[in-house]
Design a binder for this molecule. Structure first.
Ligand code: ADP
Ligand code: MG
Length: 224
């Protein structure tokens, strides 16, 4: 079943002589439950595509639908609600609050949005951290965690609202290979257990090879 489609997607930054045509008619469909790597050299538009798929930026032109919703015509308020309900994000720089525990970092965004922190949210956060191999680290300040552990906290945070789609922008970019592979294995386990769709950008082919599907971008389109 289709989760999202973009067609003839274009994104140009700037105008006139300084215009940068980053996406040039890109087509992509992701099915529910896919685990896909987004490959391409630096500057090929991976982050731009993920930002658009995450509804954080509008394309210059093209179509974008997810879960049957036309996201090009949606209002900003509708996009915010849609994003909060259906999309999780993991970035290269985990952006954890260093003085707060792993669990607090996982549940804070949801608690702030809902205006309160519930026992159910704490339970879900602890369960996700356990599934990310961090049962012993739930109450550790995030500053005391290793790079790989921090990135696993960031994955748990992205999963908090049970999104259908998680967009991860070079989540293993700062990790050594062993930690990177461990993060990928734990993500694969969530993908298998929950059917969450993952799109994970990387310029590392060994990391990409751990995903079931590899999507390659170049010259502003999908090339493979
Ligand atoms: P990747 O993530 O594959 O490295 P990006 O999507 O970050 O690629 O960038 C693709 C191109 O778009 C680069 O040439 C970059 O300089 C340009 N670009 C990205 N964001 C902006 C922006 N906000 N303004 C102008 N140019 C941008
Ligand atoms: Mg990038």
């Amino acid at each position: 079943m289709t989760l999202l489609t973009v067609s003839d997607l274009a994104k140009t930054f700037g105008t006139g002589d300084t215009a940068t045509h980053v996406l040039r008619g890109l087509n992509l469909t992701l099915d529910k439950g896919e685990m896909a790597a987004l490959l391409g050299p630096s500057g090929s538009g991976k982050s731009t595509l993920l930002t658009i798929l995450g509804t954080l930026m509008q394309p210059t032109s093209g179509a974008h639908q997810m879960l049957g919703v036309d996201l090009i015509r949606a209002t900003d308020a509708a996009l915010t609600t849609f994003r909060n309900e259906h999309i999780g994000f993991v970035f290269q720089f985990h952006n954890l609050l260093p003085d707060f525990t792993a669990l607090e970092n996982v549940i804070f965004p949801t608690a702030i949005r809902n205006g309160r922190e519930t026992a159910a949210a704490r339970a879900r956060g602890a369960d996700l951290l356990t599934r990310m191999g961090l049962a012993e680290r739930i109450h550790f300040p995030s500053a005391n965690l290793s790079g790989g552990q921090k990135q696993r906290v960031a994955v748990a945070r992205a999963l908090m609202n049970a999104p259908e789609l998680v967009l991860a922008d070079e989540p293993t970019g700062n990790l050594d290979r062993a930690s990177a592979l461990q993060v990928m294995e734990l993500i694969a386990q969530i993908n298998r257990d929950e059917g969450t769709t993952f799109l994970i950008s990387t310029h590392d082919e060994k990391i990409a090879a751990t995903c079931k599907r590899q999507i390659v971008v170049g010259d502003g389109v999908v090339t493979g």
